[in-house]
Design a protein around this ligand. Structure first.
Ligand code: PMP
Length: 406
């Protein structure tokens, strides 16, 4: 037996250290502050959760009951890594119907889109590889890339998202492996990349050979404005774009179901990485989701969710002017779950949060979402989990916190 550290006489040797990648990806200090917002009396705009009272629990429950009654020997058994063929057919039909021709075999079912990010990092990234991201971007994507040892660089962005010209410059200089984008109702900003910029981004990827990861968990939650085509639908980068989807915001995040649509070479590599990670996504959850989609019209459910979120977005947007310091600005997204606020220069959203918590209201400071130098005046607010009345009460408390903050 070989030990890295010999046991001291009569004592115990220390366990070996964590891998460098685990030691370097730290917990966020903001998470610790946000732990204080879990108290029931807090009206929190901080969460990233869908509204639980809008889950279609009865029909989801019926779908589970049906598949367990009809084919327990199948849905309780191991299954293929690629995923339930019926579920993949249903997702492919939805994508095709919305302008992105897709076959069931173009898809890999994943444990939420979070697993897809981690599989892509395993399949594509080694230590030192460069990943480009929007700034700010989704925190847990930064973690996935960080675990792979990648060097994550922000692409200069404005209110519309990344700037394609700045992207091209950065691509030439840094030779990145991939660009990670949340083009529609982005987390954390709620912003949407225009069709022209999507085309330009696809052309940059086509010209210079980098992978595009298009993460789209929120696109189905559009309640105003016109849909914008997926980046994956532009010819210039069709052979190098990975589209990620998720049932978390349209069905239920606890089912942990997502999917990845990727060119064959990369999809196969992700499938092998998934074998190593978990063999396959839960058979019974996939079968229940497929059954739900067969027995129900998902659009009917989505329309209910969209109508509620629209009302909540309006309540938040309408009340912010009276709650925030004069000179603050924010956007009014056409869908998704979040909007993004900039406080006037000199404000620190993390310091204001400490004060807000004493008034039983919370949001997330923008700082942890930045891959580059953070803008301390920014913050993210979610409008999904409270009724319009609760949102108004939350904003009233926020106004008091701002006044007390001075
Ligand atoms: N990507 C983005 C942009 C997200 O905001 C989230 C979750 N909030 C995920 C991926 C992961 O979602 P899930 O694993 O539940 O599909």
């Amino acid at each position: 037996m070989t030990l890295t550290t010999p046991p001291t006489s009569g004592g115990r040797a220390e366990a070996p250290a964590l891998a460098a990648r685990a030691a370097s990806v730290g917990a966020s200090p903001v998470r610790e502050i946000l732990a204080l917002t879990a108290r029931p009396e807090v009206i929190s705009f901080a969460g990233g959760l869908p509204a639980p009272e809008l889950f279609d629990a009865e029909r989801i429950s019926a779908a589970f009951a049906t598949v367990l009654a009809e084919s327990p020997e199948r849905v309780l058994q191991y299954s293929t890594t690629e995923g339930d063929p019926e579920l993949r057919r249903a997702v492919a039909a939805r994508l095709t119907g919305r302008g992105l021709p897709t076959g069931a075999d173009d898809l890999l079912v994943t444990g939420g889109s979070q697993q897809a990010l981690s599989l892509l990092a395993t399949a594509l990234l080694g230590p030192g590889d460069v990943v480009l991201v929007e700034d700010p971007t989704y925190l847990a994507a930064l973690q996935s890339f960080g675990f792979a040892g990648a060097r994550v660089l922000p692409v200069p962005s404005d209110a519309e998202g990344i700037d394609p010209a700045a992207l091209e410059e950065l691509v030439l200089r840094e030779r990145p492996k991939l660009l990670y984008l949340i083009p529609t109702f982005q987390n954390p900003t709620g912003r949407t990349l225009s069709a022209e910029r999507r085309r330009a981004v696809a052309e940059v990827a086509g010209r210079h050979g980098l992978w595009l990861v298009e993460d789209d968990p929120y696109g189905d939650l559009r309640f105003s404005g016109e849909p914008v085509p997926w980046v994956a639908s532009y010819e210039a980068a069709a052979d190098r774009t990975v589209l990620l989807g998720s049932f978390s915001k349209i069905m239920a995040p606890g089912m942990r179901l997502g999917w990845l649509r990727a060119p064959a070479v990369l999809r196969r590599a992700c499938t092998i990485a998934k074998q190593a990670a978990d063999l396959h996504t839960s058979t019974v959850d996939q079968a229940a989701a497929a059954r739900y989609l067969t027995d129900n019209d998902l659009e009917v459910h989505l329309n209910r969710v969209r109508a509620a979120y629209r009302e909540r977005r309006d309540a938040l947007d309408d009340g912010l002017a009276d709650a925030l310091p004069a000179g603050s600005s924010w956007n009014r997204p056409d869908g998704g779950m979040f909007l993004w606020v900039s406080l006037p220069a000199g404000y620190d959203a993390t310091a204001l949060l400490q004060r807000a918590i004493t008034h039983n209201v919370a949001y997330v400071p923008g700082t942890p979402f930045f891959a580059g130098p953070p803008d301390p005046t920014t913050l993210r607010m979610s409008f999904t989990t409270h009724t319009p009345d609760e949102i108004r009460e939350g904003l009233h408390r926020l106004a008091q916190a701002v006044a007390a903050h001075g």
